[in-house]
Structure formats: C-alpha cells, structure tokens
Write a protein that binds this ligand. Structure first.
Ligand code: ATP
Length: 587
C-alpha cells in the first residue's frame, strides 16, 4: 500500500468533525491493507512504534526534525524555524517547504507504508555515538522521496505527534467494519484486544484468520491483559443484594496496581501498571520476589504494590509508593521503602488460561502457588453473607489506613478491560461531599487572567469518557486546587497539545480558549454532581447534562497512570448522581 494513499486518508480523518465519519474513513483505509501491512498501518495510525506497553519511543527531537526538513527540502534551517514559529507544527513546516520545491530530489521512490514504518523502526533503534546523525540521515532519506502531504505525517509521527484522534474503540469499530462489513463485531474484537492489549495483533489475526482466529485468541505471557475494574455502590446492603447474598470482601489497598508476568525458566519478569506501562524497573524487589516466591513455570498474577512496614504492620500512604516512580535511586528507595505485593488474582498458569474460571477457583489456585509470607502476600479477605459483616470489615479497613473494600462475585470470571458488577468498590465517604474522586480528561483550557497571566493558564475544561458513543463529553471547568508550580507545569504541557479546532471525538456546547488533544487525565473532588444545560455529559436531547459543583484538583498534576479512555465514564457519573440522590433521601 502506497503511503500517499494512507496520507490522503489521514488528511480526511483530520478534517472530519464527526466520530461516525471517522469510522467510515478509517475502515476504508484499513480494508485496503494487505495482511503483511495491517500491523504497521494500525501502529502508524495510533502514532506508536509497537503496542504501547512495549514503550518504544521514536526519539526524534524537534531540532533534529528541523535539520532534516531543511536538508531534504534544500532550504535553510532558519526558514524552517521561521515557519515552525508561525504554525507551531513541524509537520506543516515540512509540507510547506517541500511544496516550495527541493533542490535535488534524492530519490523518486514511491513510498510504501511498510518502507516508511521500517525506516521509523530503524530510526527508533539507532543509539549510541553518532546516532543523532544517523537518525537525521534516515529521516532525510524518507523526506526526499515524500510528497508534501506525506512529509506532514512522516514528521508528525517521528516527533510522536501524529494525533489523528482515533482512540482504541474507534480503531476496533473500524476494523469490524473493514473486515466484516458492519460494526457489530466490535464487541468480539474488543474481547480479543482486552486479553492481548495489542491492536496491531488483533488486526493481523482478523485479516489472516478472520473472526474464528479472533474467537480462538488466548492469553499470552508478556502480553498484558487489560485490567478488570470495579463498579461502585454506596451501601453494604446493596452490594450484598447485587452479589446474590454471598461474596468475597477484600481490603482495598491504596498503592499501584501491578500485573506480574513470570517466566521462571528464562528468569524473566515484567510488571505492568493499571495503564499497561512497564513498571519492572520501578519494582526490582517485586520482580525478584516473583521468581523466588511464585511456584510456577509461567504465571500471570495481579495485585496491589504498596509501601508496607512489616514491623508495625502499617500501610504507608500512596505518595510513598509512588516515590518509586523516580528513575534514580531505586536501589536506595527499595531499602528505605519496602514494597510488598498484595496479590489478589491469577490469570494464567503454566499454559492454562484462567480468565474464564470463577473467582473462587482462581483465588484458591493463587494461594496454592505462593506462600504468602514474603514480599508477595495475599489481599486480606473474608466471605460475607450479611451487611453487618461487610460494614464491620469496612470500618476495620478504614481504621488500619486502607482506602476501603472491594467486593467480589465468587462465581464471576475475570472480566478483562471492563467495569462490571463482578467487582464492587466501597470507599470511605466524605460527609457532605461526593464519596469518590473523579478522573477528568483535559479537553481545553482558558487563558490566565490577573495573577495567572504568567502561567498562560487560568483554568481547565474537563470531560468524561462516554464509552457507548466513544466520545468525550464536557462536565466542568476547573480553576481551583492548583499550586503555582502545577499551574506552570500544566500551562507548559498543554501549550504543546493545543489544537486548531475541536477534535472530532469531543462533544461540547461551550468553547474554551484553546482545545487540546484529549490525552491528559487529572483527578478532582467535587461537592456534588448537578444537572446542567451547559455540559454534554449524559445530555439527552433537550434534557440537561451533568456537571460538577466546586471541583478542585486533588491529584499531583497529571495522572500518569491513566490515559484518556481510563477517565471516569458518563455512565459512572450518572450512577454516582443516582446514588447521591439516594443518600440525600435516605440521610
Ligand atoms: P480507584 O481510583 O478507586 O482505585 P480505579 O479506576 O483505578 O479506581 P477501580 O477498578 O475502580 O480502579 O478500583 C479497583 C482498583 O483498586 C484497582 O485498579 C486496584 O489498583 C485497586 N485495588 C486495591 N486493592 C484491591 C483488591 N483487593 N482487589 C482489586 N483491586 C484492588
């Protein structure tokens, strides 16, 4: 497949303002790829070199891209910088300069998607002395054969700024349409995606083996499973009723979720976060313990990594666990803050996929392969049959510094990648306030006024994710809870994410000063959820939408462990609103 055709589709995607037409355009594009091209095409469209959990960065810095554009187009670096200053987009810069003409085209090769992607791989894989020159050289070579439009996307991709706005769900729906003729196979494709977290792999299997191959896909070690998530309910009575009168109740630890993949024969371990980032380097002690303490050839287990004082039996606050995020001094930190893994699930063991087995069986097996008295423990749990037992367990959990409890359906399978009632969380409720925090995607921002002028940021427009429609809906403006440093950092970050117009997957009735790519998540706490005609969250026809009253930032800036699709969903907001109403009536 020629890259000029891909680029023409990308341009159409950029220009559309509706999500449905995005699916039409993308499915037309995907249907043209050969099986040996589909993976590369999907990764390129996602703007990544490999499935995101591999963490492969292409690594071209702006100033190197400026150099490459100047050399390939036969213009001066000054000219490139001048256009970049004006447009803020090096993709456009490359396009404009190449359109103006180049001194001497190096090659008349008609670029193909596989060639472009392979060159990008080469660029990403080049390291060591002289690597920047080699990277620029490879980029110049590509640009020398590129049309102006192709140059736009090559440069944006190389900078990690392709930003076509197509999220996972949009790509899955487009694959369904491309290969089966309609969007109905999306749910099955999503199941496959939930167990391998690799859209390229899903596309490849679909194009090679059709829906049969998709149905046969099994868990593989070192391919992270998208995590199961918990629903919320406000009382023990309701939880127990929903669970059919009997369930497991576990402590909810406030640390970092860790999915641990273990291959003892190869002595290899990888640890993935809730957001499927590789955390292995952050937790060397858990990686070591996984090899020493898990009695299996191969296993995938899941738990919460948390800073825990064995002597006093005290759980340390989240802030202490997260300090491990710092790249330096991990060795020293592991002495100072020992981290334990409180394991709570088993997904795979010695060639057998455990996802479909009931919780009770998974947990029993988990307890049979680990001793539970080393660095890897088990989440504390009871089996409850009365609300009184749950309430007592909850109070004790809060008393010992935990976040709350998670109730688990004894008979339910592990439901990867979805928030279902097989897990229900109950957290400490704050008097007079919403009992839970809300994770918002930043959709836009407002200019700073008065004292905030210097930050270039006065407030944010926050949104939630509507899973059903695969769009982001606005719910609130947020202007409080920020420190000066957070303002400054956010201002700098968002400036780079600015978009010329509202992205196709954002639905809004209000207009911020600047739209941004929906990619950053923050956590806020609010007093209440109210109905509002201003916001599109949950808005149905003429009925009002939902909004937050007095939202304030509570996360330490951006939540690095969450991506836009992990934000609180519209469905959760509506459920929280209904629960809040109920508490008001009951209370
Ligand atoms: P939250 O901010 O409440 O942790 P979340 O969206 O990250 O929300 P949920 O699925 O809603 O995740 O809540 C479950 C989370 O609680 C898991 O992601 C995990 O990190 C954490 N957790 C702590 N203890 C447990 C446990 N025993 N079982 C399951 N999850 C647990």
């Amino acid at each position: 497949m020629f890259f000029d055709e891909v680029s023409a589709y990308y341009e159409k995607l950029e220009n559309t303002s509706s999500r449905l037409s995005m699916v039409d355009i993308l499915s037309a594009l995907l249907s043209k790829a050969r099986p040996d091209e589909i993976k590369n095409l999907i990764y390129f469209t996602q703007g990544v070199m490999a499935p995101p959990f591999e963490g492969v960065q292409i690594g071209i810095a702006e100033k190197f891209a400026e150099n490459a554009i100047a050399i390939a187009s036969g213009h001066s670096k000054g000219e490139a910088i001048a256009i970049f200053r004006k447009t803020g987009d090096l993709g456009h810069t490359a396009e404009e300069l190449i359109r103006k003409g180049r001194l001497k085209p190096l090659s008349k090769k008609h670029l193909e998607i596989n060639h472009v992607f392979d060159s990008m791989k080469k660029i990403a894989g080049t390291s060591g002395a002289g690597s920047q020159d080699a990277k620029i050289g490879a980029l110049v070579e590509l640009l020398a054969s590129a049309s102006p439009l192709e140059a736009r996307y090559i440069i944006r991709f190389a900078l990690g700024k392709l930003r076509l706005g197509a999220g996972d769900a949009t790509i899955l729906e487009s694959l369904s349409k491309a290969y089966t003729g309609d969007r109905k196979a999306k749910a099955e494709l999503e199941n496959a995606y939930n167990i391998c977290s690799d859209l390229g792999k899903v596309g490849y299997i679909l194009s090679e083996k059709g829906m049969k191959g998709i149905a046969d896909l099994k868990v593989s070690i070192f391919e992270p499973i998208r995590p199961a998530l918990a629903e919320r309910m406000p009382t023990a009575e309701q939880i127990l009723e929903k669970m059919g009168g009997r369930c497991a109740i576990e402590s909810k630890y406030d640390g970092l979720r860790a999915q641990v993949h273990i291959d003892r024969k190869k002595g290899r371990v990888r640890i993935f976060s809730r957001n499927l980032e590789d955390l292995t380097g952050m937790f060397p002690d858990i990686a070591q313990a996984a090899l020493a303490e898990v009695n299996a050839k191969e296993a995938i287990i899941e738990g919460e990594a948390i800073s825990y004082d064995e002597v006093t039996g005290e759980f340390r606050p989240f802030q202490e666990t997260i300090q491990r995020k710092r790249k330096h001094g991990i060795e020293a930190k592991s002495q100072e803050i020992p981290i334990h893994l409180f394991s709570f699930d088993l997904m795979y063991l010695d060639g057998e996929d455990y996802l479909g087995k009931p919780y009770e069986e998974r947990r029993k097996k988990l307890e049979s392969i680990i001793n539970g008295d080393g660095f890897i423990r088990f989440s504390d749990k009871i089996i409850a049959t009365t609300p009184k037992q749950i309430d007592k367990y909850f109070e004790d959990a809060i008393e010992s510094g935990l976040e709350g409890i998670v109730a688990k359906d004894l008979l339910a399978p592990y439901i990867a990648g979805a928030r279902k009632f097989s897990w229900i969380k109950l957290k400490r409720s704050y008097k007079g306030e919403l009992s839970d925090t809300i994770d918002l995607v930043i959709l836009g921002y407002y200019r700073g006024k008065g004292q905030r002028t210097e930050f270039g940021l006065g407030g944010l427009l926050g949104g939630v994710y509507n899973e059903k429609k695969d769009v982001f809906e606005t719910i609130s403006k947020i202007g409080t809870g920020f420190s000066e440093k957070q303002m400054q950092d956010l201002g700098n970050l968002l400036k780079k994410s600015k978009l010329p117009k509202k992205p196709a997957r954002v639905e809004a009735l209000i207009e911020p000063d600047f739209w941004v790519e929906p990619e950053y998540v923050i956590t806020v706490r609010a007093d209440e959820i109210t109905r509002s005609p201003m916001h599109t969250c949950g808005k149905n026809g003429d009925d009002p939408g939902y909004a937050l009253r007095f939202p304030r930032l509570v996360s330490d800036g951006i939540r690095e462990d969450k991506s836009a699709d992990d934000a609180t969903t519209t469905k959760e907001i509506i459920e929280m609103f209904d629960q809040q109403k109920k508490i008001k009536v009951d209370g």
